[in-house]
Design a protein around this ligand. Structure first.
Ligand code: NAI
Ligand code: CS2
Length: 489
C-alpha cells in the first residue's frame, strides 16, 4: 500500500471524522496555496468544534500542476497538511474539510457544472488570482475581448473561465427551478464581491439579458477581506513538512501563523458559522479590504519590485535592510493610511507594526519574484487608487511613485547585474515590445503609462505624476534600487 497522509503513521492527529460527514455545500474554484491554508482551514476548525456538515467540492481549472494537485488530493482521501511556521516553531494540522475534488481533465466540464448545479451547492467561492476574473484591472469591468471570455461566449456549455463556469451553472439552476447560490470572491481585488458581480453579470448580459436579470435577483456577491501570507510551495518546503509529519504530502502547504477573514454577511442560500472559527461577519467589508490592499499588498509590491532589484530573494531578506523597513512603514503610514476611511478605533499604527513583524518572519521564504508577478493586475488597487487621492489633495506620495517606477524598472526584464528577469504577467509580451521599441528612458515611461488597463486615461495625462515617475525611474537607472530606497529617508 502506498503510504500517504491518509494511512501512514503521522506525528499529528488526523481529523476525528471521516469524509461521509461532509456535504459538498461549497464549490471552490482555485484550490491553490492560499485556499488550502485559509478558507479550508476555517471550515475545518468549524468541523472540529461544532456539528457542522459544510464541506468543499474543490475545483481547479488550469492544467499541469493544478491538475496533479487534484489527483493527489483524490489519492489521499482529500486529507492534506497545513504547516503554520512561526519565527521559532512550526505547528502541523491535517485538514479534513474537503469532500471531493474535480478537474476538467478527469471529470470533464460537465462533472464540474453538474456539481455547481446540485441543489445542495449553496456557495461558489473563488481564489483564482486577480486575472481569473477576466476584468479590466483599471475599471473592474468584464473585458469582453479576453480570450477566455470570447471562448465562453462561443461555447457556453464548455466554459474555460471561472466566470464562464459560474454563469453556465446558474443558467442550469434557473432551468431546473433551483435557487441561486452565493458567489464569494476571496481574491485581492478592490471590492472583490462587486468585481465578481460585474464579471458574472457582464458575461450573462452578453449571453442573454433574461439570464442576467435572473442572476441579479437570485445571487449575492459578498465582499471579503482575506489575509494570510502563504508562499508558493517549493521542493524544500514540502520536504520540511515531510520530515516533521512522517510522510511526504504533495498537497501540504506552509504559511505564517497569522490569519484573518472579514466577510460581508450577505448570503442567499445559507452559510457556515465561520465566525465560530474566528472569522468576522460585518455589514460593510470595503474599509477593511482597502486597508489590507493598500497597507499590506501595496507595501508588499513595493518591497517585491525594489527588493528584487536590490538583490533580495525573499521579503524577510529585504527586511534585513533598515532602509527598506523604514520605507515600507512610511509607505503604509504616510501614504496609504491617510487614504482610508476606517471605523472609529481602528489602530492603523498597530496594524503597520504587525505587518512589519509578519514580513520579518524568516521561516516563510516568500519570494520577491512571486509577489512581483501579475503587476498589471495589482498596481491599480494597491498603488494607483491612492496616488489619485494624493494628486487631488496635493499631498506627498514619493514612496508610491518609487513603487510604480520600481515596477517599470522590473518589467524591463533585465536586473541591475544585467541578468534576465522572468517577468510573469498577462501583459509580459507588451512590456517586451515597449522595451525593444523605446530605448530612451523617458519614452519607455510614457509608453508604459499609456497602458490603459493599468493607468486609465487620467494618470498619463497628469503632468505632475508623469514627471514624478520619470524622475524616480531615472534615479533607479542611475543609482540602483538600494541607493534609491536609502535616499528616501
Ligand atoms: P496559486 O498559484 O497557488 O493558486 C492559484 C489558483 O488560481 C490555482 O488554483 C489556479 O488553478 C487558479 N487560477 C489561476 N489562473 C486562473 C484563471 N485564469 N482562471 C481560473 N483559475 C485560475 O496562488 P495562491 O497563493 O493560492 O493565490 C491565489 C489568490 O489568492 C491570489 O492571487 C490572491 O488574490 C489571493 N490571496 C493569496 C494570498 C497568499 O498569500 N497566497 C493571501 C490572500 C489572498
Ligand atoms: C501578495 C499577497 O502575492 C502577492 O501579491 O501581496 O498574496 C499577500 O501575501 C496576501 O495578500 C497576504 O494576505
Amino acid at each position: 500500500m502506498v503510504q500517504n497522509v491518509a494511512n501512514a503513521t503521522l506525528s499529528v492527529a488526523r481529523p476525528q471524522w471521516d469524509n461521509s460527514r461532509l456535504v459538498s455545500r461549497i464549490v471552490h474554484l482555485g484550490c491553490g496555496a492560499f485556499h488550502r491554508a485559509h478558507q479550508a482551514l476555517y471550515t475545518h476548525r468549524l468541523l472540529e468544534t461544532t456539528d457542522s456538515d459544510w464541506g468543499y467540492c474543490e475545483v481547479n481549472l488550469m492544467p499541469g500542476n493544478d491538475a496533479r494537485l487534484i489527483q493527489a488530493l483524490k489519492d489521499q482521501n482529500m486529507l492534506y497538511t497545513v504547516a503554520e511556521r512561526g519565527a521559532e516553531s512550526t505547528a502541523l494540522k491535517v485538514i479534513g474539510s474537503m469532500k471531493e475534488a474535480l478537474h476538467p481533465e478527469f471529470d470533464g466540464c460537465d462533472g464540474i457544472l453538474n456539481a455547481m448545479a446540485r441543489p445542495e451547492t449553496a456557495i461558489v467561492s473563488l481564489t483564482v488570482t486577480e486575472k481569473g476574473y477576466c476584468i479590466d484591472a483599471a475599471s473592474s469591468q468584464l473585458d469582453l475581448n479576453n480570450s477566455f471570455i470570447q471562448h465562453d461566449l462561443a461555447h457556453p456549455q464548455q466554459p474555460k473561465s471561472a466566470i464562464g463556469y459560474i454563469v453556465e451553472a446558474l443558467a442550469m439552476r434557473r432551468e431546473r427551478g433551483l435557487p441561486g447560490f452565493t458567489v464569494m470572491s476571496c481574491d485581492n481585488l478592490r471590492e472583490n464581491g462587486h468585481a465578481a458581480k460585474a464579471a458574472v453579470l457582464g458575461l450573462a448580459q452578453a449571453r442573454d439579458p433574461a439570464l442576467a436579470a435572473w442572476i441579479a435577483g437570485h445571487v449575492t456577491f459578498p465582499c471579503t477581506m482575506v489575509d494570510r501570507i502563504v508562499p508558493a510551495v517549493t521542493e524544500e518546503s514540502l520536504q520540511q513538512v515531510a520530515d516533521q509529519l512522517g510522510v511526504f504530502d504533495p498537497c501540504a502547504i506552509a504559511c505564517e501563523p497569522f490569519i484573518q477573514w472579514v466577510i460581508e454577511d450577505n448570503f442567499v442560500n445559507g452559510r457556515p458559522d465561520w465566525d465560530k472559527a474566528g472569522a468576522q461577519f460585518v455589514a460593510d467589508v470595503v474599509p477593511f479590504e482597502m486597508m489590507k490592499l493598500r497597507m499590506l499588498n501595496g507595501s508588499h509590491s513595493f518591497l517585491a519590485y525594489l527588493g528584487y532589484l536590490g538583490g533580495y530573494e525573499t521579503i524577510s531578506d529585504t527586511m534585513t535592510n533598515p532602509a527598506y523597513r523604514k520605507a515600507a512603514r512610511a509607505l503604509m503610514l504616510n501614504e496609504q493610511a491617510p487614504t482610508l476611511s476606517m471605523p472609529q478605533g481602528t489602530d492603523l499604527v498597530g496594524y503597520a507594526d504587525l505587518l512589519i513583524e509578519r514580513y520579518t518572519n524568516p521561516s516563510l521564504r516568500h519570494r520577491t519574484w512571486q509577489i512581483a508577478m501579475d503587476g498589471s493586475q495589482k498596481l491599480p488597487q494597491r498603488m494607483l487608487d491612492p496616488v489619485r487621492i494624493h494628486l487631488k489633495n496635493g499631498d506627498d506620495f514619493r514612496h508610491l511613485t518609487l513603487g510604480v517606477a520600481g515596477w517599470m524598472r522590473y518589467v524591463s526584464g533585465v536586473d541591475e547585474q544585467g541578468n534576465a528577469i522572468d517577468v510573469v504577467d498577462p501583459l509580459a509580451a507588451r512590456y517586451r515590445e515597449i522595451h525593444q521599441q523605446y530605448q530612451e528612458p523617458e519614452a519607455r515611461v510614457r509608453a508604459l503609462l499609456a497602458i490603459e488597463t493599468i493607468f486609465s486615461k487620467d494618470l498619463p495625462a497628469n503632468a505632475q505624476f508623469v514627471a514624478a515617475v520619470t524622475h524616480a525611474y531615472l534615479d533607479l537607472l542611475k543609482n540602483g534600487a538600494r541607493a534609491t530606497v536609502e535616499a528616501l529617508a
